[in-house]
Design a protein around this ligand. Sequence first.
Ligand code: PXL
Length: 278
Amino acid sequence: MNNPVKKVIAVHDLSGFGRCSFSVIIPTMSALGVQVCPLPTAVLSTHTGGYTGFTFRDLTEDIVPYFDHLMSLGTTFHAFYSGFLGNASQIEQVEYMIDRVKDKMTVLVDPVMGEDGELYSTYNDEMMHGMKKLVANAHIITPNVTEACFLIDEEPKDFYTSDDIKRMVRGLTKLTGGKVVVTGIEGDRSVNCAFSDDGGVTVNFTSNKRVGRQYPGTGDIFASVLLGRLLQGKTLEDAIKNSSAFVRSVMEYSVQFDYPEREGVLLEAKLHELFENS
Ligand code: PXL
């Protein structure tokens, strides 16, 4: 019998504290019955949002040899998932890898570049240019609304009408042949996602109750549940609804407790919900 566990090559950093990137991707996807094969781009003591003085070990030179070795193992990988990338060279290397795998597996690119209308301080024009090329070859992209604006060369705003969002999704479909999922679109009491899986002909929305707090790593959890659910055979709409509901549930739980937001959501206490829902 074939091994039933699907494998994902995940290209992210490892941050020791603050619950983002591999610290949340590995447990989340494992809970969905997916094997994460981590390809680390850097090792940090904490993430960069809200901490200073963190250590940062850059692994850029290891990325391609590491990937080539994985490819030489003769095993079947089912998906490739990239997220936060630290410099333009890493983006180029991910482009090389996507080129090698895009005909064989599902490629999800989370173009992690910024939030709340701002680019991360590590971002520059060269990286932005590289990220536009990366999304071109992806099968699914999951920008938040800030990242979506930057990808289509628009200024982020405080509020978006549904027509703004439809235009944005259609703009993104010109950059990628893949499915587009725009996350974190804030309404009065809701946080919404917009998506299109037909090249922008139809743009649909999903809606969830807004929790009203910002935690790092929630985008990584969202994309991990989304990809895990897609690998389980769910439709894009069901996968989006499930991942938004999970992120909301973990946030609603976390806001009850008094601890610094920079430590991220209390994922460990809520992972069981993913098992119950498998
Ligand atoms: O969750 C995105 C992310 C990943 N990795 C590092 C980060 C961030 C966001 O700030 O700093 C190191």
